[in-house]
Write a protein that binds this ligand. Structure first.
Ligand code: BG6
Length: 478
């Protein structure tokens, strides 16, 4: 495919999330989040690891922004911890929490780095979980809208890019279907109902943003896993249709079309799991879809899907150990299953590495939604080794280079791509995988507890990407 130029305004960024970096989990008046409690239940996270301290970004943010400045980063995507600024989720505001984010935003702007702010990256105030079951109840909607309004009113004059929700598909799927995230439930209808509630939350917040005429751009970030059929056989092709209708398009249409795919609806009705969706809901979703400025996409991998008979495999858990090859087949009996893809490499956590699939997925988005796209996460989770005082992460550079090239090919094919954030800037706490699965361009010494920062080889390489506006990634480049 031809290559295109990245626009001179392309947002070369890097990302993080509050719970994964901040630490200070009960400092300066912060309330507890559902993750602060979840990590304390034995067996829920890898070897009981938690984000109590994480990278201590709360205290070291200036040092971190210093590294971002040195790299020439154009944008830094981070999330606000809802319970840090509203300890009970509503009501009394915590001034120390507000001050922390004000300072962080000031520091970024002073260093010419565009803040990209996520309102919700999974750390729901525990108080709201206790009060009405969190996302399971529509009572969350006014609370979330008020929290968003507080953020827009407080930070809106400095922040131009807003991500309403991070991966609502992942936190609802892992929280309400696979029982791997809080609140640890497993019920298809509850998952779909909860997901629908997140879509309403997105739409209401987008409406508020536009009606309030806050300056800037708004969208939500969906974890997008495009797929290939395992063969050209009709049964596998049908499985691919089923996968998209109940997965990718189900998730993305709710946010960016304001509807749900017919084929998916037929299936979920058949199994009695279709959530209650009123005409008024659909109207709200449609408004949210039209008013959203961009589609946020977190892309890591593709899936390969195959026919799965009615008594075939069901859902399986995730490889959280880093033992390559330990991921089991997973599927929905009668619809599809995901299988090993012989055409691509895999990470140690069995995530496929498929830059071509990334280009394909971006083109599909363009065709289906015809909206600008912002890549809010892309990166490689790996075991890194500290050698000669640094990390020679050629494998990460290779992954990122190929994916940036894939973005370029998508642009050449007509995709309106606004920016690209690597996941993650520093190493972070990786939810279920502890601290061993590293994504950062900056290494954190978790082992000794010093939390010292060390630039990896990928740091200097990404600096060049930014300096050359991506041209060093194109064919024949470094
Ligand atoms: C996304 C999340 O799911 O992928 C991040 O938005 C997360 O918070 C990242 O860390 C990588 O996932 P994991 O499970 O490997 O940390």
């Amino acid at each position: 495919m031809n290559s295109a130029q990245f626009s001179p305004h392309f947002l070369w960024g890097s990302a993080s999330a509050a719970y994964q970096v901040e630490g200070a989990y009960q400092e300066d008046g912060k309330g507890l989040s559902i993750w602060d409690n979840w990590v304390r239940i034995p067996g829920k996270t890898y070897r009981g690891t938690n984000g109590d301290i994480a990278t201590d970004h709360y205290h070291r943010y200036k040092e971190d922004v210093g590294y971002m400045k040195e790299m020439g980063l154009k944008a830094y995507r981070f999330s606000i911890s809802w319970p840090r600024i509203l300890p009970q989720g509503r009501g009394i505001v915590n001034p120390a929490g507000i001050r922390f984010y004000q300072n962080l935003i000031d520091e970024l702007i002073a260093n010419d780095i565009e803040p990209v702010v996520t309102l919700y990256h999974w750390d729901l105030p525990q108080a709201l979980q206790d009060k009405y079951g969190g996302w399971e109840s529509r009572k969350i909607l006014p609370d979330f809208v008020n929290y968003a309004k507080l953020c827009f009113d407080t930070f809106g004059h400095r922040v131009k890019y807003w991500v309403v929700l991070n991966e609502p598909n992942i936190f609802t799927q892992l929280g309400y279907l696979l029982a791997l995230h809080p609140p640890g439930k497993s019920d298809l209808k509850t998952f779909l109902t909860t997901y629908h509630t997140t879509a309403l939350a997105h739409a209401q917040v987008v409406k508020l943003f536009k009606e309030g005429q806050y300056p800037g751009y708004i969208g939500s970030s969906i974890a997008y896993t495009p797929a290939h059929a395992a063969s050209t056989e009709d049964q596998d092709q049908q499985a691919l249709e089923n996968y998209y209708a109940t997965n990718c398009w189900w998730l993305l249409d709710a946010y960016y079309k304001g509807s749900y795919p017919d084929l998916g609806q037929a299936y979920f009705k058949k199994v009695g799991a279709m959530p209650a969706v009123s005409e008024e809901d659909l109207q709200t979703l449609r408004q949210g879809a039209v008013l959203s400025d961009f589609i946020g996409i977190n892309y890591y991998q593709t899936a390969m899907v195959a026919h799965n008979p009615p008594h075939g495999v069901g859902l399986s858990g995730l490889n959280t150990t880093g033992e390559k090859g330990s991921q089991k087949e997973s599927g929905v009996p009668g619809l599809y299953k995901t299988v090993f893809n012989p055409n691509v490499d895999y990470t140690d956590w069995d995530w496929s590495i498929d830059p071509q699939g990334f280009t394909m997925g971006l083109i599909q988005l363009q065709q289906r939604y015809n909206k600008p796209v912002f890549i809010s996460e892309n990166g490689l989770g790996a075991f890194d080794k500290l050698e000669d005082g640094t990390i020679h992460d050629e494998y990460r550079i290779d992954y990122l280079r190929r994916h940036i090239r894939a973005c370029n090919e998508a642009i050449a094919a007509g995709v309106d791509l606004w920016g690209y954030c690597t996941w993650s800037f520093t190493d972070v706490f990786s939810w279920l995988n502890g601290f061993r699965k590293r994504y950062g361009l900056v290494h954190i010494d978790f082992e000794s507890g010093s939390l010292n920062r060390t630039k990896k080889d990928s740091f200097a390489w990404y600096k060049r990407v930014i300096e050359t506006n991506g041209t060093n990634c194109l064919q024949g480049g470094e």
